[in-house]
Design a protein around this ligand. Structure first.
Ligand SMILES: [Zn+2]
Length: 167
């Protein structure tokens, strides 16, 4: 869990999706009507959303140099099913990568990743290294070497464990 402010731009969607599962208590808000509404999911899209969530989590762990938390479908394989198109604003000429179909969550996630790639923010969205947490957070540290969602919670716990291990 984290008191951090949300990730910038479209990454807030990715962060929110990954954080629908509280690993420590096993509470999954994708099991709730509220969770379905939040991501615009129908009943038969829930399993795919869960698969996407864990593939994203593995990518965010990789951003922090950690192995995947479990076997997942590679994120790239999933995103290959969500083509993006280049849109150009006729007035300003500015271009953007947009989902070819805006409805599925997968397409919105693909567009968010593309946007973050352009903004240089994708690698800063990470997952906490604590195995009972793996919460997604946006690393705002100057060097980009953050390891925990919260220094106060997971960082302090890790230090405590190391301290105890020395006894
Ligand atoms: Zn954590």
């Amino acid at each position: 869990m984290s008191e951090r402010s949300p990730a910038p731009g479209g990454l807030a969607l990715v962060e929110a999706l990954v954080n629908t599962l509280d690993i420590e208590s096993d509470a999954d808000s994708l099991d709730t009507a509220q969770g379905h509404a939040r991501f615009g999911l129908t009943e038969d899209e829930i399993e795919q959303a869960r698969e996407l969530r864990e593939s994203l989590r593995a990518a965010l762990l990789a951003h922090a140099g950690h192995p995947p938390h479990r076997a997942v479908t590679p994120l790239g394989d999933l995103l290959a099913g969500a083509p993006l198109v280049v849109t150009v604003d006729p007035d300003s000429g500015s271009a953007a990568l947009a989902p070819a179909d805006t409805r599925p969550l997968l397409s919105r996630v693909a567009a968010a990743v593309a946007e973050a790639l352009v903004a240089g923010t994708w690698n800063r969205l990470k997952a906490c290294e604590a195995a009972d947490c793996h919460w997604a957070y946006y690393d705002r540290s100057p060097a980009g070497r953050g390891r925990w969602c919260s220094m106060q919670v997971c960082g302090a716990r890790a230090k405590m464990r190391r301290y105890r291990a020395k006894d």
